[in-house]
Each structure stands twice: as structure tokens, then as C-alpha cells.
Unconditional design. Structure first.
Lengths: 343, 351
């Protein structure tokens, strides 16, 4: 019997690896496609030639200074948001949790906006300051939601958390609308397109600003995958297995919020990624977090990359904000899930 | 779904409603509310970028003198604006009251359930494809948009396993709003009508014209009268379908009329003021606390209090940061959000 379980386990793992492989291939394909779509078209052959050092200097400039950083950032943001959503869903044991719906993104946005309205977005060093500020905003919002939806004796009730999150997000966006009045037209333009989820950090320094946070949070969460499996079994079982529930939960929550916050600082208001990525992954590889987390990350990366490419391509030369494209894909999916879920 | 589980004697339930409603409080609110509304509107007309004496307000309305600038300001700018605010407030509040009563859902509100976003999206399409459309046309399309929003939300809610739970409706509403908002943004970007649309999104009655008032007033008055007529049936529906059916109510027909009224009210209000949420949430709750659970009192009182709220909100919007205007929607949300949170945290049982 032991060997049968082993065999099933092995089959699951190889299925997980297969799914990951497929996602990676899809991401590479989207990557190449995204490289040659834009205001100036480059053929796949030219893209590859330029990547390996050939090509004209103009092609070099377009590829390395404009398109590549944006693509890398799309991938990083997608992975970060999806993993954040995966953790939130696991912790709240609610299939509909997502940093966007819970208001965490809005909190990060408010901080960014406060900063932009008092200082300029172009000030030196702001690139590296913004993720930190967004992190603080996301953290404060998460604490607020936690306090409001925590009840003695019942703990965190997922549905209440969702409702409170929606309310808090509505309040924050109202505050943002009031704040926009302080802005001059240039700043307003920046904030408006930031809110719509236009990936604005399109140079290498944003990659540098974002990467450290992902390097801290992602491995930490992957490392805690087993703990998340245990937490998923319910509080009693988890305690019985010797897990310090509250401590682990808070740590993971902090990591998820931090991840969402730092991504949002660069990406702007992109919702639904944290919802779709993990769901797709769970359908494909099941609920084990060791496989679920990386597959979620890949799915999220693919989603944002494709959305960003589509946004650049559909209404050329107008650039549709990535957040808009993701919402148009994500909202119907959310409704579909909602119709099936037992809330 | 409390009462559907516990069969109750219909007559007794109706009696209970009578006991728990407070007609004297309601009459007081109606009379006092109307007086307060008239005073507030007069004050709102008088106060602004240019302060005008109340005496002049009176004269401008009853002894209009086209030579005087003050009279011109009052007639052409302030008066339509204040009347528009009152109409919009009453519409949102009554729409919210009807929705809460029919669905027995404490969190029903036109903004939360995607109606406002649907209407805004319809307006975006109108600006994009038919820029010269008359206001009447805009309003009709806003009805359609609101209908699409509410159709999707309720469709999702009722087709799913657990039925129409409040949380499900709110989540579906949030998603539908996100979808419509994203689509509107896409349309706005492509057709370069962001400026026009921002006006509607922010929510404001600043640009209201007499022609708009003339068009919406009949629609809103008819819808409000119809809702007064329907109020008795809504009270019974709010006790649960079983009781309503037991008392000989045709629940399906009532719901149909109710939804039509809500669409007309929300569509007109959005076509004037843009997407303003939470009015339909706060006011009916407040009214229910004050006058009890009989919708024959709740609906008219909600109309009066809703008008008051928006007239004051509009006044505040002008006063806070003159000469700029603070969006009304944001101001109402500042009151509405804590209230929503309070309901979400407290009314756990009915969720």
C-alpha cells in the first residue's frame, strides 16, 4: 500500500513538472511575441538576432531599453501577485480572496499617491522609495482589515474579511478621489494611469527596485509551503501536528501583503491576478502548496505578460493599461467562480 | 432566509409589522424633513462662490428680474443644481430601499450592486459612438446599462448553489463594477473621451441644466409614485416569500415592477450625477431605525432624507475647497464606508 501511495505521489509530481514546463514554454512564446509587438514591429528573427548581439543599434535600443524591462517587470509582477493571492486564499480558506478585492492594493496605491501629491514622482531615489511606501500602505490596510474582521472567539471569518475588504477599498478610493484635487495636471495624469494599472516602471531601475523584495518574500513563502499545507487542514489538526498556528499565519500574511504591496508600487492597480493565477494552478496540479505555489507564480506571470502584450497590440498605437485588460479577463472568471463557490 | 425556515402565521406577522412601525415618528420625519429640505435648498442656493442674500433668492424665484446678475446666477446655475441634487438623492435612496426590501438584503445599494457602473458604461458607449445624443437618449441608455449590471449580478447570484446571499451579491457587484469600469476606461482611452467621462465618474450635479430637470422630473415622479403604490407589497415581501404568497401577493409581478422602478430611479440618477454609491445603503437603514419596518413609511421618508443628504453633500462639495469642487461621490463614501463596515461586522446573523 505504501508503494501505491508513493506511486500516486510520483505521478502527481511528474504532472506538476509537466504543467510547469508547459507554462514556461508558453511564457517564452509570449515573451518572443511581446518582443516583436509594439509601435515598431520587429520580426521574431530580428528579435532573436538582436538578443544574441546582432541587429542594428536602433533595434538594440528598442529591445533592451524599452521592451525587455517592461516584459521582465510584467513577469515579476504577475508572479508576485499570484503567489500573494495563493497565500491569502490558503490562509483565509476562501477561494475568492485576492489582494485587489481585499483592498490591499488600494492601500498601497493611497500611499503612492500621497507621496506623488507631496513630492514629484520624478524626484531622485523615489523609484526605490515607492516600493517601501507601498509596502507600508499595504501593511496598514491589512492590519485595519484584520482588526475589523477579527472577532473574539470566532477568529477570522473569511466572508466578513471579504466584506470588510470591499468596504475598506471603497473608502480608500474615495480618499484618493479627494486627493486628486490637489494634483496638477501632470501629476493627475500619472496617478490616473497608475490607478488604471498601467505598468509605468519601464526601465531597468524599476526591475532593480522590485527584485529585492521578490527575492526576500518568494523563497520565504515557498519555504513555508509545507506549513501552508498543514494550515489548510484546519486549526485543530494543525495544532495537533505541532504548528504554531497564529505565528505562522501572521508571518505568511505579512509576506503575502508585502509581496502585493511591492508589486503594486510598480504596476499600479492591477486586480484579479491573485485570483486567477492560483485558481488555474489549483485546477491543474491540485492543492499541494509545494507545486501549487510555483505553478501559481508561472500562471500569474503568463497572465500579466499576455495582458500587457494585448494592451499594447489591440488598439495600436494607443496603449491600454494592463490593469484594464486583466480586469476584462478576470472579472468574468471571478463571476464564474462566484457562481460555483459556496460562499 | 430566516422566516422561510420558520413558518409563521401570516396574520401575526403582519400585526408584528404594524406594532414595529412608528407612524408618528414617520409623520414627524416627513413634515420636519420637507421643511428642512426647503430650508437646506434655499441655503444651498444662497451659498456659493458668490454669496447671495436669502431675500434675493426669494425674489429671483418669485419676482424674476433678468437685469440682475444675482437673479441670473440663481435661475441658471444654482436652482437647477440644487433641484437636481434633491431629485438624485431621493432616487438613490428609494432605489436602495426597494432593493433592500425585495431581496431582504441589508447590503443592497445601487452602487455596490453594479447598477451605477453599468449605467456609467452605457454613458461611455454613448459618448463614444453617438456624441450628439440628446439627454433623453443618454438617460434611456443609462437605464439599459443599469439593467445589464443588475441582470448580471442577480443572474450570478440566483443561479449559484447557495442562492442569493448578501455576501454573494456584494462580491458579484464588486466584480461587475470592476469589469464595467475597466471597459469604460478602455472605451475612454480609445475614443479619447476621458475628459467627458471623468465628469460623470467623479459624480457631481454642477452642470445640471433645466432641460435635464424637465426630462428626469416626470420619470422620477412617476417612479416614486409607483414605489409608494408598491410599498405595501414590498413590506410583505420583506417578511419572506412564503408569507407574502400566503397573503395573496403575486411575488413575481411585484418583483418585476420593483426592479423596473429601481432601474428607472438608478438610471436617471446616474445620468445626472454620475456614479454615487452608498446613498441607497445609508438612508434606508437610517429610516428603518427611525420609523420601523413598514415600507409605506420607509419609502417616502427615505426619499426626503436622501434628498437632504445629497443637497447637503453638494453644498459641502462646494464649500470644502472653493473654488474647486470636491466630488460628491467621494464625500458620501466618507460617510458610507464606515457605515458599510459597521453593517458588515455587526449584522452577522442576517448575512
Amino acid at each position: 500500500m505504501g508503494s501505491m501511495i508513493h506511486q500516486a505521489e510520483r505521478r502527481k509530481r511528474s504532472r506538476g513538472l509537466l504543467v510547469m514546463g508547459i507554462f514556461i514554454v508558453l511564457i517564452i512564446m509570449a515573451f518572443i511575441l511581446s518582443m516583436n509587438i509594439g509601435f515598431i514591429r520587429l520580426s521574431p528573427l530580428e528579435v532573436i538576432r538582436t538578443l544574441f548581439g546582432g541587429g542594428t543599434s536602433q533595434q538594440h535600443l528598442i529591445l533592451f531599453e524599452f521592451r525587455l524591462p517592461r516584459i521582465v517587470i510584467s513577469i515579476l509582477i504577475g508572479a508576485g501577485l499570484a503567489v500573494s493571492g495563493c497565500v491569502l486564499q490558503g490562509l483565509s480558506r476562501n477561494a475568492l480572496a485576492d489582494p485587489g478585492i481585499l483592498g490591499v492594493n488600494a492601500g498601497a496605491g493611497l500611499m503612492v499617491m500621497l507621496y506623488v501629491s507631496f513630492y514629484s514622482s520624478n524626484a531622485a531615489g523615489s523609484v526605490f522609495l515607492l516600493p517601501v511606501l507601498a509596502l507600508i500602505g499595504a501593511g496598514l490596510t491589512a492590519v485595519l482589515i484584520y482588526i475589523l474582521s477579527y472577532k473574539k472567539g470566532e477568529g477570522l471569518v473569511p466572508t466578513r474579511m471579504l466584506l470588510v475588504g470591499i468596504g475598506v477599498a471603497a473608502g480608500i478610493s474615495a480618499a484618493m478621489i479627494v486627493l486628486t484635487l490637489r494634483l496638477n495636471p501632470d501629476e493627475y495624469q500619472f496617478v490616473a494611469s497608475w490607478l488604471a494599472g498601467r505598468i509605468w516602471g519601464t526601465s531597468w531601475k524599476f526591475v532593480v527596485a522590485l527584485l529585492p523584495w521578490l527575492i526576500i518574500f518568494l523563497p520565504f513563502i515557498f519555504y513555508k509551503a509545507k506549513v501552508m499545507n498543514v494550515l489548510n487542514m484546519g486549526d485543530q489538526t494543525a495544532t495537533g501536528l505541532g504548528t504554531a498556528i497564529e505565528r505562522e499565519r501572521l508571518l505568511l500574511l505579512a509576506a503575502a501583503v508585502g509581496l502585493a504591496g511591492s508589486c503594486v508600487a510598480v504596476s499600479g492597480g492591477i486586480g484579479f491576478v491573485g485570483l486567477i493565477g492560483p485558481h488555474l494552478a489549483r485546477r491543474l496540479v491540485g492543492p499541494k502548496h509545494q507545486i501549487l505555489l510555483p505553478v501559481s507564480a508561472l500562471a500569474g506571470a503568463l497572465l500579466v505578460l499576455v495582458a500587457d502584450t494585448l494592451g499594447r497590440w489591440i488598439l495600436q498605437p494607443t496603449d491600454i493599461p494592463t490593469g484594464v485588460v486583466v480586469a476584462v479577463i478576470g472579472a468574468p472568471y471571478f463571476l464564474f467562480l462566484l457562481a460555483k463557490a459556496k460562499v | 432566509m430566516k422566516s422561510s425556515a420558520v413558518p409563521e402565521d401570516p396574520q401575526k406577522a403582519v400585526k408584528k409589522v404594524k406594532v414595529r412601525s412608528r407612524p408618528w415618528a414617520a409623520s414627524l420625519i416627513l413634515i420636519g424633513g420637507v421643511i428642512a429640505l426647503v430650508l437646506a435648498m434655499a441655503a444651498a442656493v444662497a451659498i456659493g462662490a458668490k454669496d447671495i442674500a436669502l431675500q434675493d433668492v426669494w425674489n429671483a424665484i418669485f419676482h424674476f428680474n433678468p437685469e440682475m446678475t444675482e437673479h441670473q446666477i440663481i435661475r441658471e446655475l444654482r436652482l437647477p443644481r440644487v433641484i437636481g441634487a434633491a431629485i438624485v438623492g431621493a432616487s438613490f435612496a428609494v432605489a436602495g430601499a426597494i432593493m433592500q426590501g425585495m431581496t431582504r438584503n441589508p447590503l443592497a445599494d445601487t452602487g455596490l450592486l453594479g447598477l451605477n457602473a453599468g449605467a456609467s458604461f452605457a454613458l461611455a458607449l454613448c459618448f463614444a459612438f453617438a456624441p450628439g445624443l440628446s439627454f433623453l437618449g443618454l438617460m434611456l441608455y443609462a437605464f439599459l446599462g443599469a439593467g445589464a449590471g443588475v441582470g448580471i449580478v442577480y443572474g450570478i447570484g440566483s443561479r449559484s448553489k447557495g442562492g442569493l446571499t448578501p455576501i454573494r451579491l456584494v462580491l458579484a457587484g464588486a466584480a461587475v463594477s470592476a469589469l464595467f469600469t475597466a471597459l469604460s476606461e478602455g472605451v475612454a482611452l480609445y475614443f479619447k473621451i476621458g475628459q467627458d467621462l471623468a465628469f460623470w465618474y467623479a459624480g457631481g450635479v454642477a452642470g445640471t441644466q433645466w432641460i435635464q430637470i424637465e426630462i428626469i422630473l416626470p420619470a422620477v415622479v412617476i417612479a416614486l409614485l409607483a414605489s409608494f403604490g408598491l410599498s405595501r407589497s414590498i413590506t410583505l415581501l420583506s417578511l419572506g416569500d412564503d408569507i407574502a404568497t400566503g397573503l395573496g401577493q403575486r411575488t413575481g409581478l411585484i418583483r418585476l415592477f420593483g426592479v423596473l422602478i429601481v432601474l428607472v430611479l438608478a438610471g436617471t440618477a446616474v445620468s445626472i450625477v454620475g456614479s454615487v454609491g452608498f446613498v441607497g445603503l445609508i438612508i434606508p437603514h437610517l429610516t428603518r431605525k427611525l420609523v420601523g419596518v413598514d415600507y409605506r413609511w420607509i419609502i417616502p421618508c427615505s426619499a426626503v432624507l436622501g434628498s437632504l443628504l445629497i443637497v447637503f453633500a453638494d453644498l459641502a462639495a462646494r464649500m470644502i475647497n472653493p473654488p474647486q469642487e470636491t466630488p460628491i461621490g467621494a464625500l458620501v463614501a466618507l460617510i458610507g464606508v464606515p457605515f458599510f463596515l459597521y453593517l458588515a461586522v455587526k449584522e452577522r446573523r442576517s448575512l
